[in-house]
Design a protein around this ligand. Sequence first.
Ligand code: C2E
Ligand code: CA
Ligand code: CA
Length: 708
Amino acid sequence: MREEQENIWDSLTGIYNRKGFYQATQELFDRNPDTKYVIAYWNVQRFKIINELFGREVGDNILIQMAERIKSAYHGVKGQNGIEGTYGRMESDNFAICFPASFLEGDRAFVHSGEITYISEDAEYRFSSCYGLYVVEDRSVGIAAMVDRSRLAMDTVKTNYVRPYAYYNDSMRERVVMEQILMSECEKAIRERQFMVYYQPVCDAVSGRIMSAEALVRWNHPQRGMISPAVFIPLFERNGFVSVLDRYVWESVCQMLRRRLDEGKEVVPVSINVSRVDFYNQQLCENIIRILDKYGLEKRLLRLEVTESSYSDDPQHVLEIVKRLQDHGFTIMMDDFGSGYSSLNTLKDLPVDILKIDMKFMDDLEKGGKSAIILESIVRMAKWMSLKAVAEGVETEEELNFLKSVECNYIQGYYFYRPMPEKEFEEQLNHREELPAGKELMMSGGEGDFAVLYGESMKGENLFQNMLGGLGIYELVGDRMEIVRANRGYCEMLLEPGSIGLMSGRRLISEYMYDEDYQALLERCGEAEKTKTMVDTQLRRRRYDGSTAWLDVRIRFLGNQGNRKLYCFYIMDISRMKQIEMEGYANRYSQALFRNFDKVYRLDYDTGYAEVLHTSEEKMKIGDKVYFRDFFERFDREIISERKEEYRQWMKDKEAVDEALRGSRSRSLTIDYRVDGPKTGCKQVWAVLIKVTTAYEEEGYLLCLKRA
Ligand code: C2E
Ligand code: CA
Ligand code: CA
């Protein structure tokens, strides 16, 4: 049989295909029984995107170049013993190479970096690649399995930019085998009732009283013992079984609740986890309602936890379903909040009643990172949006104390309880009454604040001074508002370090504020007086150093003497939160901007630099800076347009640009022009200059270019 007649060549690249590679490698092994070989599996990261962005043709060209690269590196290259290697394309962007292990020694390293450069007619593109290496110890494994193993090794490096390769080890295979086994056993496990529902109480922060609970599934495996959901849920999400399992969990929760109610025992709301996969089920809403009806339970008893990442698959679809569930009266919890992208701002548009703050903030708290500030802001803002907040993963007293100090009222974590079997949980519930009930109400606002404010006792004064965040007492006469007292937190937040408090200098707060914010503040004060409730507002105020702080202010009317009105402001610096929010905004808007333009620069007129924020050209990198006056001068020669002079002004003179922008309702300027470059030829370009303002009142100028 002649080799050529069999299909062993890859038609695109002209090197071996999978079958050819297997054959040739087997022959190589047979010819060299004593040589130690390595099999490498090589793959371009995110190749799909290359195809999408540049088209199949470019994609194909890259594959051809990769094959060329392998060919020139390995073809006819002899190892120490004069032995060559083999190579082939396995499928799409996956290549396998077999070469003597001695190649790995010295400086004949296989591939020095994961970087691949693709040079087309007019540009150079760079992509990263990664590879897995399998050192052939035992030839009886078979070539196909060897290739699989190098591929497994490769799968572990996908996101590692520092080291683009990994060696295979047996634990990688054991893991896959184990995963396969677990996936295949799921049906049997549910029939045999190997899954168990554990409950972890959610407690009131102050009293420790159980307020609700979360149902968490466990797999009590007959051979492997107790398996954590962190292991099997991701697998079941892959094969879809998670939906079956979730329904099982929901049903057992309802059974437990029904039974307790029938026995006349107390129950608390239990939250269940809704997997992202569940949303593919068109009947999800009906299914959940049906289970509740079957057991005759009120909807408030079953809360639904949806992770923020569930929204990322198909935001609109998931949002609609969750909204429907909420409309039906279910309490919706946002699980793992803060772990992903959503900012508090996006939260406004989502149907959510309770936030579960991601555990990662707890890990970070001790290390003194930014977590404390972010946590505090999340809790404050949650309150501001009338959401309850549950902190997850609370393990220590320090963490608890911190959370209490920022008035996070609900705690789930090992500090109070670990997840426990149903029976144990019920025991805890049965004893719930014996705990001091009602205590949890004391801290949460209410009259408590008052006595403190008057500084009547040492204890009160201490509390006033040490309360986290800023407290200030203000007097309003007509429309003049003055600060009369402030605590330490206030001074730290807004005053110059070392200043002797408020007693010197200007106390009229309108002097530190924007007019429109001040007017809004006065209105809110009026509301607080009328409704006798806490009223929230957000405002900007200048700090001693001229910078702008975003403040969240809770206003309480204390009383009046004639025309003098007294208010207490509970002030929180939410600048950081605002910044995060703004970055979120900027990110979203910039995504839109970036989709529509080929290049976006930020022009800094003070330094004369243009910073690349976005570019579709691989030659340029994001963050690159060009001195734009030079740059555009060079470019200027190539522009053909009657409005060239105007465009030139944009580059030179901030004042001229500002002037022109003032005349524009859209706060932007647009010019069409043609460039006629020696290399690029004649092209139509659309240039837009936009002025943007950041949260800190900084101004920025964006120059966006698009080729027609
Ligand atoms: P999750 O929904 O974020 O659940 C909270 C996890 O944090 C639980 O892990 C819980 O045991 C753990 N935890 C609670 N307090 C502490 C603490 O103080 N310290 C630490 N280190 N951990 C704490 P678990 O039970 O292993 O569950 C892991 C994940 O598996 C869950 O994360 C959830 O995403 C998923 N899961 C669990 N049960 C189900 C279920 O019935 N259905 C679905 N779809 N997913 C589930
Ligand atoms: Ca959860
Ligand atoms: Ca969680």
